[in-house]
Ligand binder design. Structure first.
Ligand code: SOE
Length: 402
């Protein structure tokens, strides 16, 4: 039995991300030593029957149908926001003002203006010991955390190239239903914010450099899709016939951009010119299911990662014989980030573990009275890149500074 003080969580939303976060809150204290003991205190969703069924399935102790009720409750310490982006700013700002810590799914908001207001609220709350974090969960994949560590150790030298792709295919079928992720008023953008945001965050975090400017294009391949009722998961499991009434897709299906990086950050700013980058995000890459890929080429070595083989980091060291080629590091050793708390060497982790590690890092920071990372300010920087990409695409790929 733990003697740690409870950290009572109220979560808003219970679809794909809600299920992933529920699992993380339950599992983190079972595998990691935490300074506070997370309790799944209340789950909130607008539909009474739906939220009750989800609370039973996912293991929550009580339900609410209005998120404002969560903020009034004295038995809630942290609000976990797993709802579409158009609701993030209102819930997060109110929660921070009510003295609740906040974990907010990515992208932080649907606009830079909202993200700025959230960051101001977060900075004011942090002065009162109330903390916030944005859910860029891929940072917590052991192989990507190892990649960052190797860059910080100087093993790559100066970074020259960043190649980041996030490829899925769940929208390739033009009769795949119209979900909130395809409605700009709810999601802010399409593949760009939903999956490209992860690539932007990962690329900046791993390299220690931020993106200073972009040239972009966005494309929408399918403009109308069958409307569906309540949907869970990504594409939904509703029985949506091709002859169902259609709704208009208002987001990008694919986002492509080139970028320049700052070149600071490493070695306390001692690096030479910043890296150049190529980014691609699409949900139309048939056969690519969750290929979140990052390749970094430095002056001394290269690193390559693909989430479809998430336990592997490929490393090429120019100091070795050229025929050594890329070496596959199986990131399951006790000294690798997070891995030592799980299974014996070689047994590997899955998608859900990134969310569990996110809870571990969040609760550890809150317990220590420190700002968790990524902060809302970090997520605001990603939001500015998203806005610059949209701005550039709207002006025939004209260069936009971030
Ligand atoms: C959540 O972190 C998320 O970005 C989802 O919103 C995407 O749809 C998923 O494919 C990757 O993870």
């Amino acid at each position: 039995m733990t003697t740690a003080k409870p950290l009572r969580v109220g979560m808003v939303g219970y679809a794909f991300m809600g299920a992933a976060h529920s699992h993380a809150w339950r599992t983190a204290p079972r595998f990691f030593e935490l300074p506070l003991d997370p309790q799944l205190t209340a789950l909130c969703g607008r539909n009474d029957d739906g939220v009750r069924a989800a609370a039973g399935k996912l293991g929550w102790g009580s339900v609410e149908t209005d998120w404002r009720r969560l903020l009034e409750r004295d038995d809630i310490d942290l609000i976990d926001i797993c709802t579409p982006g158009n609701t993030h700013a209102e819930i997060a700002i109110a929660a921070l003002e009510a003295g609740k810590h906040v974990l907010c799914e990515k992208p932080l908001a649907n606009s830079v203006a909202e993200a700025e207001r959230m960051t101001e609220a977060a900075q004011a709350a942090a002065e009162r010991g109330v903390f916030s974090m944005c859910g860029f969960s891929y940072r917590r994949t052991p192989a990507l955390a190892l990649a960052k560590r190797m860059v910080e150790q100087g093993r790559l030298g100066n970074i020259r190239h960043v190649r980041a792709q996030y490829l899925q295919d769940w929208l390739s079928d033009e009769n795949a239903p119209m979900t909130w992720r395809l409605d700009k008023s709810k999601s802010g953008s399409g593949s760009l914010g939903d999956i490209g945001a992860h690539s932007i965050d990962a690329a900046q975090w791993v390299t220690g450099q931020h993106i200073t400017g972009v040239s972009a294009l966005l494309e929408t391949f399918v403009h109308e899709r069958p409307l569906a009722g309540d949907l869970v998961g990504l594409g939904g499991h509703g029985d949506v016939g091709a002859d169902a009434p259609r709704g208009t897709v208002t987001v990008d299906d694919a986002a492509i951009f080139t970028a320049r990086f700052s070149g600071d950050g490493l070695d306390g700013g001692a690096t030479s010119a910043g890296a150049v980058g190529v980014f691609e995000a699409t949900r139309f890459a048939l056969g690519r299911k969750n290929a979140m890929r990052l390749e970094v080429n430095g002056t001394k070595a290269s690193l390559a990662f693909d989430f479809e083989e998430m336990n592997v980091l490929s490393f090429y060291d120019a100091a070795e014989s050229p025929d050594a080629g890329f070496r596959r590091i199986f990131v399951t050793e006790p000294e690798h980030p997070y891995a030592g708390n799980w299974w014996p060497t070689g047994h590997g982790l899955g998608y859900e573990h990134g969310f569990t590690h996110q809870v571990v890092d969040l609760v550890t920071a809150i317990g220590a009275g420190e700002q968790p990372s990524p902060s809302f300010a970090d997520a605001l920087q990603v939001q500015k890149v998203l806005a610059a990409v949209e701005g550039s695409a709207a002006e025939s790929s004209r260069w936009q500074n971030v």
